[in-house]
Design a protein around this ligand. Structure first.
Ligand code: SF4
Length: 362
């Protein structure tokens, strides 16, 4: 029996325990994408030697309760040799309903082998791998400053596809970063991904963060709206085998539609439109142990190494309390998809709208 996402329904009413952890496992990367917000941040470690070890990660995970959603991030997460072991630690201690593995797809054989190991070790969690695809052919290579990367990603797609039949808890998807450079190619990217038979879900992440080249963030909100309408149309008109395979998949698909609409409206109105649960339901952990309420705010809660690797102790510190208290009345806003997911799914007031979208999903 899979770990059910519905175990966390209490969090609709009580938001005292984090259930959504984003863990940046490494800063190391084998691509050079100019729109990557993470590799610019100065307060995270530069060397693998400074990264949290497996033993440290085990202690941290023991201090968390059950998780709904564990999203790994980086850097290129598959560069960490111990990614399968890290996954197993969280699987054992925190029973995540969904574990997310985003990858640039540049290491086909390694990604396939590690993913299969994780699929074998974590049979009760949904294992979702998201391949990055930001353009077609040489556009993708140019945008990612990595020659040959489109071909490599396609090779990884082919190798991972072979695992789908054997592992029903495996989800294979594509994510595209929407930025000024590729906003005019979105129709052809969406068409291309629609034709990838084994891709169940295509998501679009709006470029974010404090980038070295600000020009990438100069996007046209109208073009973003057009792209999300196309994805929404696909969700509502295609057969149900072309969406997530896990229990609760239709709710997640309805949430995707609502989330993208909220992002579009946030862009237009320039303000936060719904309450944010960053720091209460969502937390971000970096490879060097820094803990943040979200990836955007830039105000850290402290380093978990200084708090005995115990998240509860860290959250009770004066510094953490001060940051967390400031979030509810703060004027900050963002379009960050991962946080919005929790902000929607655990907000009772949005359930009528969510129900309406749900009815339209095939
Ligand atoms: S609204 Fe965005 S920037 Fe502000 S705390 Fe929430 S996730 Fe962070």
């Amino acid at each position: 029996m899979m770990y059910s996402p519905f175990r966390h329904i209490n969090a609709v009413f009580s938001k005292r325990h984090p259930i959504h952890l984003t863990f940046f496992v490494t800063r190391q990367c084998n691509a050079a994408c100019p729109f990557c917000f993470y590799l610019r941040t100065a307060d995270t470690c530069q060397s693998p030697a400074d990264e949290l070890s497996l033993a440290e990660i085990r202690k941290i995970s023991l201090s968390f309760g059950d998780l709904l959603w564990l999203a790994f991030s980086g850097g290129e997460i598959y560069l960490r040799d111990d990614l399968p072991e890290i996954s197993r630690v969280f699987y054992t201690n925190n029973r995540p309903a969904i574990m997310l593995f985003p990858t640039n797809g540049l290491l086909p054989g390694r990604i396939r082998d590690m993913t299969e190991q994780i699929l074998r070790d974590c049979p009760k969690s949904v294992i979702a791998v998201k391949l990055s695809l930001d353009g077609l052919h040489e556009d993708h290579d140019r945008l990612r400053r990595t020659p040959g990367s489109f071909a490599k990603t396609m090779e990884t797609y082919g190798q991972l596809s072979e695992l789908l039949d054997r592992y029903p808890h495996f989800e294979l998807g594509v994510n595209t970063v929407f930025c000024s450079d590729n906003q005019d190619q979105m129709d052809s990217i969406i068409d291309f991904v629609s034709d990838m038979e084994d891709i169940k879900t295509h998501t679009i992440s709006l470029v974010r963060g404090n980038l070295a080249q600000r020009s990438f963030t100069a996007i046209d909100p109208g073009k973003y709206r057009h792209a999300i309408e196309r994805l929404e149309e696909n969700l509502k008109t295609k057969d149900s085998s072309r969406t997530y395979r896990f229990r609760g998949a239709r709710i997640k698909a309805a949430q995707d539609v609502l989330q993208r609409n909220l992002i579009s409206r946030t862009l237009d109105e320039g303000k936060r439109l719904i309450p944010c649960y960053a720091g209460s339901l969502n937390l971000v952990l970096t490879e060097s142990g820094e803990v943040y309420p979200c990836e955007i705010l830039g105000r850290g809660l402290g380093n978990i190494r200084d708090h005995g690797y115990n998240i509860q102790r860290l959250l009770l510190s004066d510094r953490a309390k001060a940051v967390l208290n400031s979030i509810s009345d703060s004027q900050c806003y963002c379009t960050h998809e991962c946080n919005l997911m929790t902000n929607i799914l655990f907000n009772l007031r949005l359930y009528p709208t969510l129900a309406r979208e749900y009815l339209y999903i095939k």
